[in-house]
Design a protein around this ligand. Structure first.
Ligand code: B12
Ligand code: SF4
Ligand code: SF4
Length: 236
């Protein structure tokens, strides 16, 4: 199979395996990005990034705080993305390429709050959307109402074009945040630091010291800045 044929095949499989969106990133686009462990991206040239929608009806119930339904739903979408990613990993391994499926939501460092690599940055590099003022990945179709997972490979897949930032003058996530963590700043490509976009400590404190300690939630989740984004509003 040539590169275009393999790219089409992998994208088709991603959708069949349950992803709602799929894109290909050239890893040169994220050169210098922090990873755990350091040098994680070195053997690879491309990333396949998949997204799974969370229903707008789940967010309809969120009024300033997460709900038990969202706490269940987000875990289940993570699992379905991990499953799709493993099946895609198998496709690439069987075709003779290296492939490493990274988990949708595994925290490796709970002081710096880091996973293997930022799926948001990878998704942006794969043309799925842009990192909005909330720092979330905003897609044209579902807004930030998606969860993400990344598969690293050396297969010569054809990269997708990137989408420029479309936040414009919108400020809705900043207005909605219950602790005023979103500074409301914008950027062309990506923020120079997490702290530049967020008062990060305020968000972490609310999620870990309040929401995660509620027995019916039990996880550091929130969902308020996701719900606020007009790009994620129901389209019909
Ligand atoms: C740890 C973690 C948290 C921590 C820390 C969050 C944070 N902002 O980093 C806590 C518990 C607070 C948290 C909160 C939330 N999280 Co969280 N979290 C993660 C996790 C597991 C790791 C994040 C990580 O490693 N960040 C590292 C930092 C450095 O990356 P970053 O935030 O993208 O910012 C940098 C890069 O983007 C970089 N960058 C971007 N492009 C480029 C290019 C180059 C060349 C360079 C050098 C740098 C660069 O610039 C930024 C500054 O350095 C990811 C899963 C994953 N592996 O990605 C989920 C993830 C980011 N979380 C997610 C979500 C939804 C949330 C919450 C809304 C909670 C919820 N589920 O309701 C909030 C949102 C908070 C917010 N506004 O950002 C989703 C985001 C989905 C989306 N549409 O964007 C993810 C991707 C999980 C998933 N599989 O979908 N989370
Ligand atoms: S996750 Fe919640 S606390 Fe954190 S920035 Fe979004 S709205 Fe604010
Ligand atoms: S709510 Fe508005 S400012 Fe925030 S991420 Fe969405 S479009 Fe951007």
């Amino acid at each position: 199979m040539d590169a275009a044929g393999l790219t089409g095949y992998i994208k088709e499989k991603a959708l069949q395996y349950g992803a709602d969106l799929v894109g290909i990133a050239d890893l040169n686009r994220v050169a210098g990005i922090p990873t755990l462990p350091q040098g994680l991206l070195e053997p690879y040239a491309r990333a396949v990034v998949i997204a799974g929608e969370i229903s707008p009806d789940v967010f309809a119930q969120i009024q300033g705080e997460p709900t038990p339904l969202y706490a269940h739903h987000y875990l289940y979408v993570n699992q379905s993305l991990d499953h799709a990613n493993l099946l895609l990993q198998r496709e690439l391994l069987r075709s003779g390429y290296r492939a490493l499926a990274l988990p949708a939501s595994q925290i490796l460092d709970d002081k710096e709050w880091m996973g293997h690599v930022s799926h948001k940055a990878m998704a942006k590099a794969a043309g799925l959307g842009w990192q909005g003022k909330s720092l979330l990945l905003v897609t044209p179709k579902y807004g930030p109402r998606v969860r993400l997972a990344t598969l690293l490979t050396d297969a010569p897949l054809v990269p997708d074009p990137q989408i420029p930032n479309r936040c414009g003058k919108c400020d809705k996530c900043r207005e909605a945040c219950p602790v005023g963590a979103i500074r409301g700043v914008s950027w062309e490509d990506h923020p120079e630091s997490r702290e530049y976009a967020l008062d990060f400590g305020k968000c972490v404190k609310k999620l870990t010291q309040d929401f995660a300690k509620r027995p019916e939630i039990g996880k550091p989740i929130c969902g308020v800045c996701i719900k606020a984004c007009p790009w994620g509003a129901r389209k019909k």
